[in-house]
Design a protein around this ligand. Sequence first.
Ligand SMILES: O=P(O)(O)OC[C@H]1O[C@H](OP(=O)(O)OP(=O)(O)O)[C@H](O)[C@@H]1O
Ligand code: HPA
Length: 180
Amino acid sequence: MPWEDVPELKGAELIFDADAIEQAYDRIAAQITSQYSDKRPLILSVMIGGIIPAGQIVPRLDFPLEMDYLHATRYRNETRGGDLVWHALPTSSFEDRDIIVIDDILDEGFTLVGIIDALKAGGARSVATAVLVNKIHERKHEGISADFFGVEAPDRYLFGAGMDCKGLGRNAPGIYAIDV
Ligand SMILES: O=P(O)(O)OC[C@H]1O[C@H](OP(=O)(O)OP(=O)(O)O)[C@H](O)[C@@H]1O
Ligand code: HPA
């Protein structure tokens, strides 16, 4: 069934097709490679949505690195963010590590700010962020921007490529916008 026809996702509009997303992963991986190939970074995937971009970007990085994950969430199947709730911290030590956090989207930025603060408090040497989507609006948390991003999206609710709408659509290969 096309995503637009799933009852909960009715009216969705494809804004980036699967090819555009593949090219975005290629660009992010090339930029990370040029800056991190001799740094043995620790790459952290932000559960749940970050698992899809991390699973696409990391195999494109052909140099030594380590992987772990963390689970922090502020939307929990809602379309408006709340307080950041931590479900899992990485088990790896961050002490003196160059860390790259991979997530699906930088929206208002409270999630990445909370994660960056926690990693720095744990002794990380540097923390960079890589997101597939940077959403364009004026509501960003002060001081947050992605070091690496794939595409810039309009200020609409999105799903696909890791992002969900009411729990659905994370596995869509393109990115859709929907009025919620
Ligand atoms: O920039 P922000 O406004 O903070 O939003 C971005 C965060 O929101 C989503 O996570 P969510 O809390 O929905 O959890 P999920 O990964 O399980 O979808 C997304 O995966 C980012 O982590
Ligand atoms: O537009 C979005 N879609 C899905 N998850 C999100 N988390 C923050 N913004 C979004």
